[in-house]
Design a binder for this molecule. Structure first.
Ligand code: AMP
Length: 540
């Protein structure tokens, strides 16, 4: 027997419509690329979103079109999120830190029709436009007075698109599984892979975030998303904040400790979200000034493992640290480590120990640990295995990439995360290793295999491997280990120079080590495990 309740499709536009109606005065504050601070409310933002949606329609944007953004965290980027997906098109956020090659691949693969770009990133567009689709139109996210003198033809101005448009919009109806957002993540080999979010997955993710993190997401709280809007939708904050009534404080491009401290202090940010590297910078500033920013009490940290010392430094100053784990492919929230009531009375050290765990699952995400043969392992807190997930906020495939998609799901449809983990009897997840051959530096991916392929093209290199070594600031940094051909003596500078032609500067290995022979596994592959044990702290 079927239930007899109404079925209304879950739609992203309803989140901001609800926020504007229920929490009209909640704020969006943005540090702008123009150099000043911009303040608005959900009510006024909703009007501009309607204007932008009319503007997009005027530019011929239709359902399913991919509309790209290349921008910092700010109110215009937020408006694009809603106007694009609310119109039935797909908001494709591009990570400006990617190499030129990766970015070009992404724009071409997604077949973007429009690209909205912050003035800061106009030089990237100038450099790469020739390699992008000819009919891709560029919109600079500023007003007429601040349009750059770019050597680009036919460039549109964001504020011109909104000017004079009606302040309400009749949002179209479509099924809730309609595509809404697209975000590419680095692959272990070759090209980045796209995760295509739906309206349904996004709204469910926002609902479960509000239920899971009620201490952070609620009316009256001011939240600072340092996690970028170009990385997994800033962990869903543009959606969960209007739903909960929380205000958003967007930091723009200045993400150093001092700038963040000043902004948080001025804006009385209560909850700040981002990767560990950013919080190390903020902690240095807190130590120098001998105090916390005013009103600060909650830190959500994820994207890489938060170290004990980082958690301890914030907790001992009275800031609640919530260590979270997730993935682009999961919208991204998977687990979070706010402690259950029974553990809040533990002695300080034990609480900090606990918070090093990635925490317990959020509603809607199931987790399992399996061995190399795919056999489920016990949740006993001591048996590690490959971590798989499933749920309504987890991807079913990579966007138009059957090859990448075919290796990451098991026979029952669970998604292989590429993380190695244990789960204890209380449901706490402990990430212990990574089976995917990637390095995560300051929250951004570096593909070992991509670097290795480039280095192998050098005639003097017989074999090579890139491994992650721990780094106090960036969490991990790449180390290149090279076995030279017998008759050759490749130099460190040559190899780094070769890499520099193809990858972004921050992706270059910090050091190059030459060895007589690389250790091999039984199957003849380079044994990275042996190398990681041999170079536990880099080239020392
Ligand atoms: P991304 O898709 O770029 O967000 O990266 C997701 C991956 O980052 C995960 O599969 C993990 O390898 C890593 N990761 C994210 N959060 C954590 C965390 N709290 N601890 C350890 N690794 C993490």
């Amino acid at each position: 027997m079927k239930g007899m309740m109404m079925h209304r499709p879950l739609k992203i536009a309803d989140l901001i419509a609800f926020g504007a109606e229920t929490y009209p005065a909640s704020e969006i504050v943005s540090v702008r690329t123009e150099g000043d601070v911009h303040r608005t409310t959900y009510r006024d933002t909703y009007r501009r979103i309607a204007q932008l949606a009319h503007g997009l329609k005027g530019l011929g944007v239709g359902e399913g079109d991919r509309i790209a953004t290349l921008a910092w965290n700010g109110y215009r980027h937020f408006e694009l999120y809603y106007a694009i997906s609310g119109s039935g098109a797909v908001c494709h956020t591009i990570n400006p830190r990617l190499s030129a090659e990766q970015m070009t691949y992404i724009v071409n693969h997604a077949r973007d029709r429009l690209l909205f770009v912050d003035t800061t990133f106009v030089p990237i567009v100038e450099k790469l436009r020739g390699q992008w689709p000819e009919d891709l139109r560029i919109v600079v996210m500023t007003d007429r007075a601040h349009m750059p003198d770019a050597e680009l033809e036919d460039v549109l101005c964001y504020e011109d698109i909104l000017a004079g448009q009606p302040e309400d919009f009749d949002w179209p109806d479509f099924p809730e599984d309609q595509a809404a957002g697209l975000c590419y993540t680095s692959g272990t080999t070759g090209n980045p892979k796209g995760t295509l979010y739906s309206h349904r997955s996004t709204v469910l993710h926002a609902l479960s975030s509000c239920v899971t993190l009620p201490g952070s997401l609620r009316e009256g709280n001011r939240i600072l998303p340092v996690v970028p809007l170009f990385h997994v939708n800033a962990w869903g904050l543009p959606y969960s904040a209007p739903l909960s009534g929380a205000s958003l404080i967007f930091p723009g491009g200045a993400l150093d400790g001092k700038s963040l401290f000043d902004l948080m202090d001025r804006e009385k940010v209560f909850s700040a979200w981002g990767v560990p590297t950013v919080w190390l910078g903020l902690m240095n500033e807190i130590r120098q000034r001998g105090r916390l920013p005013q009103g600060f009490g909650d830190l959500v940290v994820g994207g890489s493992a938060a170290t004990r010392s980082l958690i301890e430094a914030f907790e001992e100053r009275g800031v609640n640290v919530c260590h979270a784990w997730g993935m682009t492919e999961m919208s991204p929230l998977g687990t979070q480590c706010n402690l259950p009531q029974a553990m809040t009375d533990l002695p300080f050290n034990e609480r900090v120990d606990r918070k090093q765990s990635q925490g317990r699952r959020v509603f809607g995400v199931e987790m399992k640990i399996v061995d190399d043969m795919g056999m489920p392992q016990p949740h006993d807190g001591k048996t590690p295995g490959h971590l798989y997930v499933r749920g309504n906020t987890v991807t079913t495939a990579y966007y138009e990439d059957p090859e990448a998609s075919c290796n990451v799901f098991d026979a029952e449809g669970w998604f292989r995360t590429g993380d190695v983990a244990m789960i204890d009897r209380d449901g706490f997840l402990f990430i212990t290793d990574r089976s995917k051959d990637l390095i995560k530096s300051g929250g951004e991916w570096i593909s070992s295999l991509d670097l290795e392929n480039i280095v192998m093209s050098h005639p003097g290199v017989a074999n090579c491997a890139v491994i992650a070594v721990p780094d106090p600031k960036w969490d991990e940094r790449p180390l290149l280990i090279v076995e030279a051909r017998e008759d050759a003596q490749p130099q460190k500078e040559e190899l780094l120079g070769l890499l520099a032609e193809r990858v972004a500067k921050w992706q270059l290995p910090d050091d190059v080590v030459f060895v007589d022979a690389l250790p091999l596994t039984a199957t003849g592959k380079v044994s990275k495990l042996t190398l990681r044990q041999r170079f536990p702290a880099g080239n020392v």
